[in-house]
Design a binder for this molecule. Structure first.
Ligand code: PLP
Length: 394
C-alpha cells in the first residue's frame, strides 16, 4: 500500500474490470523520466517512433495516425467532430453504451442520426445497418468494434462494404479491441479509428490513439463549415504531428513516454502472440465460469470479446455485494453492468497485462469464495478445474 503522499492510502489492486488494466512497471518508470519540452528534438523523435508503432498496431499506413490528449471519449469526439457537419446523415450501430454515446456525439454536432439498434448481448445485424445506409444520403457510418458494456465483438466487413458502396466514411471504435484483438484498418477499409490507452495497450488512461486515412482527411478539408472543436481539429493537429511541428497544444509529455513504452512492449510481444494470449485466457475464464453454472451474456462464442467477458449474475445473488467482496477481501476489481444491464451482469476485463493465466485462476477461486458467502452452493473448485483443463488444451 502506498502512503507516500497525502496520507490517503492507495491500495494495490488486481485490475480485472472494464479498464484501466494493469500497467507494467516499465511503463510507470517511463512516466517518471525527466520532462523535456514538447518541441525538443528528442521528444519529436519519440513522437515519430510512437506514430510508427501505432501504425503497426492499428494495421495502417495512414500518415495521420497519432495520439490525442484525453481518454477514449476524446478520440470518439475527434472522429465525429471532424467528419460531421450540421445536417449530415450519420448511421450508427447501437447495441450498448458506447454505440449510444457515438450517436449522441453525432447528434450534438447537428447530424441527422439514424440508429440501428441491436440486442444488448449480440452484434447489431449488419444487414439492417446496410439497409439503413442505403435508405438516404449517408455520409458517415459509425460502429463499435468491441462493445465494452456487453462483451460483444461486432463483425465489420459487411457494414464497411455497404458504407463504401454508398461512398460513406466508416468510423470504428477500437477502444477495447486495440492490442487485444486483431485490428487491421487498411485491410478492412476503415476510414477513421480511435482507441484508448488504458485497455489492451496497458497504459494509464489519458491518450486516445486515432487514425484518419486520406479519404477522411479529404472530407475534413472539403467541409463547408469549420470544425466546431478547435482543440480536436485534425487539420490543426496535423500542424503539430506532421511536417511543420508547429505549436498547437502543450503535449502531455509523461503520458507520451508511457504510451511509447507501452507500445514498445506490445511490439516486443508481437501482435499475433498478444492476441492469442487474450484469446487463451478468455477461453480459460469462460470454461471456468460455465463450469460454475454461469451463463455468458453473449451466447455465440464467435461474437464474444477476448478482452471483456460479460457473464449473467446467477439468480438470487446480490451482484454488488459479490463485487464489493472481491474488492475488499481479495483486492480484485471487476465491473458491473451498465444501463439496462445494471445489476444483471458482471464484466471481467482481461486486457493487456491483466490477461494472465494467474488472473484467470485467481478470480475464479475468489469468485467461488464470494459466492459461498452469499450462500450459493457450487461444486468446490469446479471453475478452477475447468479453467486448468481449458488452459492446458489451448
Ligand atoms: N468506447 C468504448 C468501447 C469504451 O469501452 C470506452 C470506455 O470504456 C469508451 C469508448 C470511452 O473511453 P473513455 O472512458 O476512456 O473516455
Amino acid at each position: 500500500m502506498d502512503k507516500s503522499t497525502s496520507g490517503s492510502p492507495i491500495p494495490e489492486r488486481v485490475l480485472l474490470g472494464p479498464g484501466p488494466s494493469t500497467v507494467d512497471g516499465r511503463v510507470l518508470r517511463a512516466m517518471s523520466r525527466p520532462l523535456i519540452g514538447h518541441l525538443d528534438p528528442e521528444f519529436l523523435q519519440l513522437m515519430d517512433a510512437t506514430q510508427k508503432m501505432l501504425r503497426q498496431v492499428m494495421g495502417t499506413d495512414n500518415r495521420m495516425t497519432f495520439a490525442i490528449p484525453g481518454t477514449g471519449s476524446a478520440g470518439m469526439e475527434a472522429s465525429i467532430v471532424n467528419l460531421v457537419e450540421p445536417g449530415d446523415r450519420v448511421v450508427v450501430a447501437v447495441c450498448g453504451v458506447f454505440g449510444a454515446r457515438l450517436a449522441e456525439q453525432a447528434r450534438r454536432n447537428g447530424a441527422e442520426v439514424v440508429t440501428v439498434e441491436g440486442e444488448w448481448g449480440a452484434p447489431v445485424d449488419p444487414a439492417a445497418v446496410a439497409e439503413a445506409i442505403v435508405a438516404g444520403d449517408t455520409k458517415v457510418v459509425a460502429v463499435v468494434h468491441a462493445e465494452t458494456s456487453t462483451g460483444v465483438l461486432q463483425p465489420l466487413d459487411e457494414i464497411i462494404a455497404a458504407a463504401h458502396a454508398q461512398d460513406a466514411l466508416v468510423v470504428v471504435d477500437a477502444v477495447t479491441s486495440l492490442g487485444g484483438h486483431p485490428v487491421r484498418l487498411d485491410d478492412w477499409g476503415v476510414d477513421v479509428c480511435y482507441s484508448g490507452t488504458q485497455k489492451c495497450l496497458s497504459c494509464p488512461p489519458g491518450l486516445a490513439p486515432v487514425s484518419f486515412n486520406d479519404r477522411a482527411l479529404e472530407c475534413v478539408k472539403n467541409r463547408s463549415t469549420p470544425v466546431r472543436s478547435w482543440y480536436l481539429d485534425v487539420g490543426l493537429l496535423d500542424g503539430y504531428w506532421g511536417q511543420d511541428r508547429a505549436y498547437h497544444h502543450t503535449a502531455p509529455i509523461s503520458m507520451a513516454y508511457a504510451l511509447h513504452e507501452a507500445l514498445l512492449m506490445v511490439c516486443e510481444e508481437g501482435l499475433d502472440a498478444r492476441h492469442q494470449r487474450h484469446r487463451r485466457h478468455h477461453l480459460g475464464l469462460v470454461a471456468g465460469l460455465e463450469a460454475m453454472g454461469m451463463r455468458m451474456q453473449v451466447e455465440n462464442p464467435e461474437h464474444r470479446l477476448w478482452s471483456l467477458n460479460a457473464v449473467r449474475v446467477p439468480e438470487g445473488v446480490d451482484e454488488a455485494s459479490v463485487r464489493s467482496e472481491l474488492l475488499t477481501r481479495f483486492g480484485i476489481e471487476i465491473g458491473g453492468g451498465l444501463g439496462p444491464l445494471a445489476g444483471q451482469i458482471w464484466r471481467f476485463g482481461f486486457m493487456g497485462a491483466s490477461s494472465t493465466e494467474n488472473n484467470v485462476l485467481l478470480v475464479l477461486a475468489a469468485l467461488e469464495a464470494a459466492l459461498h458467502s452469499q450462500g450459493v452452493a457450487a461444486a468446490p473448485g469446479a471453475g478452477v478445474a475447468a479453467a486448468i483443463e481449458a488452459l492446458a488444451t489451448d
